[in-house]
Structure formats: structure tokens, C-alpha cells
Ligand binder design. Structure first.
Ligand code: MN
Length: 514
């Protein structure tokens, strides 16, 4: 029986912009982070961890920008248990409506001995001192016992009890290395809940990693055992095998509310568009069979299944695609579609844009509709992504020529316009058409970033499909992504490379020191 009166509210703490962003290949530019942060706010997460301000001036600047932008949820900044880290977080969060300082310190034997070179007593002392220091500047302080699951339980309880006495409002027990089994983790959480002094004065949080594929299972088991907050990321991105996936935890609680008697404040209809956005900005694809948001999550292929679903969807569906924001059964958009239908589709896709950008994308849509019979949702998404989350155009593509074949080296001539108005042209020889084009661009801009990833894919199927290119570049151990779409793959590659170059130029101008 579902008892609506007594359902506990589980707080959703999203760390897509911190744990997610710091994982390999997931870096985002500031405009991309701002866009993701606003969408998380509209998804109604309770807490949004914006970054680790002491880790770099760039991270401090982006936490600062997000802290002033977000009004409807708590914005957290991560710190080590050091005064200088807490000072950086305090500075970064100064403009937040509801700031939270999040301090972490490891409590497991292996971390204390080899990483921290500290005794348990020293860890306890440092944790309390850090929370007490942070508490002077921020009423909301979270303390994480890093690698809690592999720690001595009584030490975790002692540390938690003391930091709560020092003012911590949330204590977090992570399975940092993804080692726990669900029943065991539930037992661990139950133990902490009952053996931590002052536990009734703070929330108990969990943060699970997916090294054995159990991050969501462990998070849900912890909720069943009394945890009040879950830390998670969109699409489960994060260090190594990733974090617990937000969408799976939220829908697990929603579909099985009868089991958990718990719920979140999340607007689940915003899940799918946000999953698409995070996949687009990070360039990290979602596997087709991924629960909730994968391409096949609601596809019914087998005849017997199709028959059942046609008769009654509940035969093979435990939730509807609409409930997670996957738009269904819409009219096909093509060259005769008007602005009104186009804007409605943008809304359905969760792509709310300001008017000037709608105008620009609508014009691009019309050009595309002339080349393609049917413009799909993925096409529209690709156009929006290319235009909305990108950095200002320091360099703009004016024109290009690339020659390639089997008998001669590939050559390119590229002409770019600088934002100041002047045009520059260079030619280059390369091992292939893309290499030749990128080399000519490097000559114009006078920099040689490393090309760390290059991916070319088709946005949709069919011979008139648009090519979408993702480029990841690096310079002095900083990284930028760029995307480009075009029905010509050489052009989509040049556009993607220029987008990454523009992100680089913009960030280097804003914060030259890494
Ligand atoms: Mn983590």
C-alpha cells in the first residue's frame, strides 16, 4: 500500500558538474556548465555541487558564476579539510542564495596511512577543526568521510558525531571505490544511523561509485536503510566507472514508491532532455540499453512484446516514456513547418532558448529542411547544441577548400575572420583532409593545441543525414570540446575544431594561468 502521508523526502544532491566533470573526457566550458546548472535547477535537484573551487582558478570562477546564477537550489563547493580550500569555497559561494560548504577527509586505514599520513585521532581533530572553521562563514556545512565504507565503522560514527556537534548539517558516507554490496551497504548505513551521536541533528547522505555496477543499487539500499540524501550525476558520469545515475535513482524511487515510501522533488519530465544535454556537452554517449534514458529503454522489438504493448502498454512498460520527458508521436518537421510548430518542438525537447537564438536556429532549420526531407529531433538538438552552449566566436569560418585523393597529399586553404574584423588565410598539407584543414587553422591562430579526440557520427540515419563532429583539444594540460554539424563531414569537422578553438581562446583570455 502506498501511504502518501508518510512518504519521506529524499534530497537529491547532483554532482554532475564536480565529480562528473572531473572525470576523463567530461570537461565542460563555462557556458556549458551554466546551461547544465540551470537545467538542474529546473529539474528541481535539492543541491547542485558546482565544482572544487581550490582546484584551479577556472573552477573557482565557474563555481562563482553558477552560485550567482542559481536561485532555487543549494549550491555546494567541494573542499579538502584545509583553511585555504574553505576560503576558496567561501569566496566562490559568496553570491549564492543558499550556499553549502562541502568538506571531505578520508577515514579508511589505507587512505589515512598512505595518502594523508595521519592517525585516526589526527583525522578526527582535523575534521572537527575544518567544520568549525567553515561554520563561521556558512550555516550549511556537509562533511564527507572519504572511503567511509572501507573505514572502521566506529571511527566513522565518532567523526560524524563530532562534526555534527561542531555544526555539520549533513554527513556523507561514500563508497568511494565502489566496493560495497547492497545488503552490506544497507547494514553499514543502518549502523551509522543508530550509532552516531547527534545523528538526529543532521542528514545522512550517501555517495556511491559504480566500479562493480552497483552504485544505484547501493544508493537505493541506503535509502531503504534510512539515508536522507543521495549524491548522483546525470547519466552516471564520474570518476572511473562513474557515479550513481540520478535518473535511475529518481525513477527507482518513483516507480517503486510502494516499496520505499519515499520520494524526491524531481520533475521527472525534465530528465531526458537533460540527459541529452549532458551527453552532448561532454561528448560522452549514453549506451543504447541504458536504463531510463538509453535509445532502446522504451523500444519494443520482439513481436510478442509489440503485441502486448499495443493491447496494453503496462504489459511490458513499468513507466511511460512521457514520464521521463521522452516526447512521443509528434508531427514530422520539414520544410513546410512554420515557426510556431518549430518552437513547440523546442519546448517538447526541453530546449528553452532566448528569442534571438530561436530566430537563428529557426533559420538554420529552414536551410537544413531544404537539404533533408525530414528534420528529426536529433537534428534540432544538434543545431541547438552547436549554437547555444558555445563560447563567443573569436574566430569565424569565412570559407574553406580541401583537396584529397589517393595520388597526392591532402591540401587545404582556410580563411577565418577574427572578431576584430580582419581576415586571415593559410594553406597547409596534411595526412588527410581533416589534418590538412586543422593545420591551416593552427597556422592562422598561431597555436598548436593537441588533438585529444575526434569523433564523427551521423545525427540520424539516411543518406541525407547530417554529420556531427566532436573534437577535444588540449593545451598546457587544459581541455576544451567543440561540436559542429553539417551535411558535409569536412565542414562539420572544421566547425567543431573552430568551436573548440574559440572555447580555448575565450578561456585563455579570461584566466590565462592554469
Ligand atoms: Mn566521487
Amino acid at each position: 500500500m502506498v501511504n502518501h502521508e508518510s512518504a519521506r523526502i529524499i534530497q537529491v544532491f547532483d554532482t554532475t558538474l564536480r565529480d562528473g566533470e572531473q572525470s576523463p573526457g567530461c570537461s565542460m566550458t563555462l557556458p556549458e556548465k551554466r546551461e547544465v546548472a540551470q537545467r538542474l535547477e529546473r529539474l528541481r535537484v535539492d543541491v547542485l555541487e558546482a565544482g572544487f573551487p581550490a582546484s584551479s582558478p577556472g573552477d573557482l570562477a565557474s563555481v562563482k558564476a553558477i552560485a550567482t546564477l542559481i536561485k532555487d537550489c543549494t549550491v555546494a563547493g567541494l573542499c579538502r579539510a584545509l583553511e585555504k580550500d574553505i576560503d576558496a569555497a567561501r569566496e566562490a559561494l559568496a553570491g549564492a542564495v543558499s550556499p553549502r560548504i562541502h568538506i571531505f577527509l578520508a577515514t579508511s586505514p589505507i587512505h589515512m596511512e598512505y595518502k594523508l599520513k595521519m592517525s585516526p585521532e589526527q583525522v578526527l581533530e582535523r575534521a572537527v577543526a575544518a567544520v568549525r572553521y567553515a561554520k563561521q562563514f556558512c550555516t550549511d556545512v556537509e562533511f564527507s568521510a572519504e572511503d567511509a565504507f572501507r573505514s572502521d565503522r566506529d571511527l566513522v560514527c565518532r567523526v560524524f558525531g563530532e562534526v555534527i556537534a561542531a555544526g555539520a548539517t549533513v554527513v556523507n558516507a561514500p563508497d568511494t571505490v565502489g566496493y560495497a554490496m547492497p545488503e552490506e551497504f544497507a547494514g553499514f548505513i543502518r549502523y551509522i544511523k543508530t550509532h552516531t551521536p547527534n545523528m538526529e541533528r543532521a542528514r545522512l547522505s550517501v555517495h556511491c561509485h559504480n566500479d562493480l555496477g552497483l552504485a544505484v543499487a547501493n544508493s537505493l539500499a541506503a535509502i531503504g536503510a534510512g539515508a536522507d540524501q543521495v549524491e548522483c550525476t546525470v547519466n552516471g558520469i564520474g570518476e572511473r566507472a562513474g557515479n550513481a545515475s540520478l535518473e535511475e535513482i529518481v525513477m527507482g524511487l518513483r516507480v517503486r514508491k510502494d516499496h520505499f515510501q519515499a520520494e524526491t522533488r524531481i520533475d521527472t519530465t525534465k530528465i531526458y532532455p537533460l540527459s541529452r544535454l549532458v551527453s552532448q556537452v561532454t561528448g560522452v554517449k549514453v549506451q543504447p540499453h541504458k536504463a531510463i534514458v538509453g535509445d532502446n529503454a522504451f523500444a519494443h522489438e520482439a513481436g510478442v512484446h509489440q503485441h502486448g504493448v499495443l493491447a496494453n502498454r503496462a504489459t511490458y512498460e513499468i513507466m511511460t516514456p512521457e514520464s521521463v520527458g521522452i516526447p512521443q508521436n509528434r508531427m514530422v518537421l520539414g520544410k513546410h513547418s512554420g515557426r510556431h510548430a518549430f518552437e513547440e518542438r523546442l519546448r517538447d525537447l526541453g530546449l528553452s532558448l532566448h528569442d534571438a537564438l530561436v530566430e537563428q536556429i529557426f533559420n538554420q532549420f529552414k536551410v537544413l529542411a531544404d537539404k533533408k526531407k525530414v528534420v528529426s529531433d536529433r537534428d534540432i538538438e544538434a543545431l541547438v547544441m552547436e549554437a547555444s552552449a558555445s563560447a563567443p566566436e573569436t574566430w569565424k569560418l569565412d570559407r574553406w577548400v580541401v583537396n584529397c585523393g589517393s595520388t597526392l597529399s591532402s591540401t587545404s586553404t582556410i580563411r577565418l575572420q577574427h572578431q576584430g574584423g580582419e581576415v586571415a588565410e593559410q594553406a597547409a598539407v596534411g595526412t588527410g583532409p581533416i589534418d590538412a584543414a586543422f593545420k591551416a587553422i593552427n597556422r592562422i591562430i598561431g597555436k598548436e593545441p593537441s588533438l585529444n579526440a575526434y569523433e564523427l557520427g551521423a545525427v540520424t540515419s539516411g543518406e541525407d543525414a547530417q554529420g556531427q563532429t566532436l573534437v577535444k583539444i588540449g593545451l598546457n594540460s587544459r581541455h576544451w570540446n567543440g561540436r559542429g554539424v553539417s551535411t558535409d563531414v569536412v565542414e562539420s569537422s572544421i566547425k567543431a575544431y573552430l568551436a573548440a578553438i574559440n572555447a580555448m581562446e575565450w578561456e585563455l583570455a579570461a584566466s590565462p594561468q592554469p
